[in-house]
Design a protein around this ligand. Structure first.
Ligand SMILES: [Zn+2]
Length: 309
C-alpha cells in the first residue's frame, strides 16, 4: 500500500505580511520537492474544506465564525501579533483542517497505508478559542477527533516533533484520557509551555523539552527512552504526527541541531509502533519549518519514511 499526499492550492493563498517566516514559499518548496519521480507512487488527493461540525469538535462555533469573519477583503488582518489573515486565509484554513479529515478517511478505507498533509496555515498552537503562533484552526486535533467520532476508534495519539511546543493540541487533549500527546521541543522558546510536569488529567501528556544547542543524540534519547515507550504503552488505535521541521539545524527560528536523518528516524519509529498497535494507521501533517532547503529536504526524508512503512 502507498502513502496519500493530501494538499490544496488554496493553501498557497493564505498570505502573510512581507518578511513573515510562515510564507506560501514554504509549501511551494515542499510540493516542488515531492514532485520528484521518487514520489510517483504517492496517491495525490485534493483536500476538501473541513465541515463546520468537524471543526466544532475542537473549536466552539463562535470562534470558528470569529476567525472566518476576520478574513479581510483586501490586505491583512491580525489575530495576534504573529498571526495574520489575508483574503485567501479562510479557504486555506478550512482545507488545511479538511486535509486531516480526508487523510483519516483514506487510511480507514484501506486504500492507503498512511498520509501526509502538505498544508498551511499550520495548526498545533491554535487553542479552542485562540489563534496564535501562525495557527488558525488546530488541524491535527480536528483529524484526531474525526477519527474517533466518524470511525469509532477509541484511543488516538498525536506525536509532535516541531521545535515549538504544541500548546493547542495539549490543551485540547489534557482532560481526555483516551487521547495521548507526546512532544519534543526546544525550551526556552515560544510558546513557553511543555514542561515535563505538564502531564494531563490521566497522565496522558508527555513532554520532553530540549535545551538550545541539543541535537540528534538528545532528540533520539528523548524519543527512545520516554516518548516512544509511552506511545507503545498507550496502545493507540490511530497515530497522528505534527511534523514540524524547524528543529533542523538550518532553521532560523530555533537552536536545535537536527538533520533530515533525525526526522526520518523518528518517523520510522512511530510507524513501527503504529504497525504493531493499529495496522500502521498514521496521518502526518506539516506544522513549522522556516528554512526552505531544510524544509524541502526534511519533507522528502519524512515522506520517504512514510512510504517505506
Ligand atoms: Zn514550530
Amino acid at each position: 500500500m502507498t502513502t496519500a499526499l493530501v494538499t490544496h492550492s488554496a493553501c498557497l493563498y493564505h498570505e502573510t505580511p512581507p518578511g513573515h517566516p510562515e510564507s506560501a514559499d514554504r509549501l511551494r518548496a515542499v510540493l516542488h520537492a515531492l514532485d520528484d519521480k521518487a514520489f510517483a507512487a504517492l496517491a495525490r488527493e485534493e483536500a476538501p474544506p473541513a465541515a463546520r461540525e468537524e471543526l466544532a469538535r475542537v473549536h466552539p462555533t463562535f470562534y470558528i465564525d470569529a476567525v472566518l469573519n476576520a478574513v479581510p477583503e483586501r490586505g491583512y488582518a491580525s489575530l495576534d501579533p504573529d498571526t495574520h489573515v489575508s483574503p485567501g486565509s479562510g479557504d486555506a484554513a478550512l482545507r488545511a483542517a479538511g486535509a486531516l479529515v480526508a487523510g483519516v478517511d483514506r487510511v480507514m478505507s484501506g486504500k492507503v497505508q498512511n498520509a501526509f498533509c502538505a498544508v498551511r496555515p499550520p495548526g498545533h498552537h491554535a487553542e479552542p478559542t485562540r489563534a496564535m503562533g501562525f495557527c488558525l484552526f488546530n488541524n491535527v486535533a480536528v483529524g484526531a477527533l474525526h477519527a474517533r467520532a466518524r470511525h469509532g476508534l477509541k484511543k488516538i495519539a498525536v506525536v509532535d516533533f516541531d521545535v515549538h511546543h504544541g500548546n493547542g493540541t495539549q490543551v485540547m487533549f489534557e482532560e481526555d484520557e483516551a487521547l495521548f500527546f507526546a512532544s519534543t521541543h526546544q525550551m526556552p522558546l515560544y510558546p513557553g509551555t511543555g514542561r515535563v510536569h505538564e502531564r494531563g488529567r490521566a497522565l496522558n501528556i508527555h513532554n520532553r523539552p530540549l535545551d538550545p544547542g541539543d541535537g540528534s543524540h538528545e532528540f533520539r534519547q528523548a524519543w527512545d527512552n520516554t516518548l516512544l515507550p509511552a506511545l507503545d504503552v498507550f496502545g493507540p488505535d490511530f497515530v497522528f504526527i505534527s511534523a514540524g521541521f524547524d528543529a533542523h539545524r538550518r532553521d532560523p527560528l530555533a537552536n536545535l541541531n537536527l538533520t533530515e536523518a533525525d526526522f526520518a528516524w523518528v518517523t520510522e519509529k512511530v510507524c513501527a509502533i503504529a504497525k504493531a498497535r493499529c495496522a500502521g494507521r498514521v496521518v502526518s501533517t506539516l506544522e513549522g519549518g522556516y528554512d526552505l532547503k531544510a524544509l524541502a529536504d526534511s519533507s522528502v526524508a519524512h515522506v520517504k519514511a512514510l512510504m517505506a512503512a
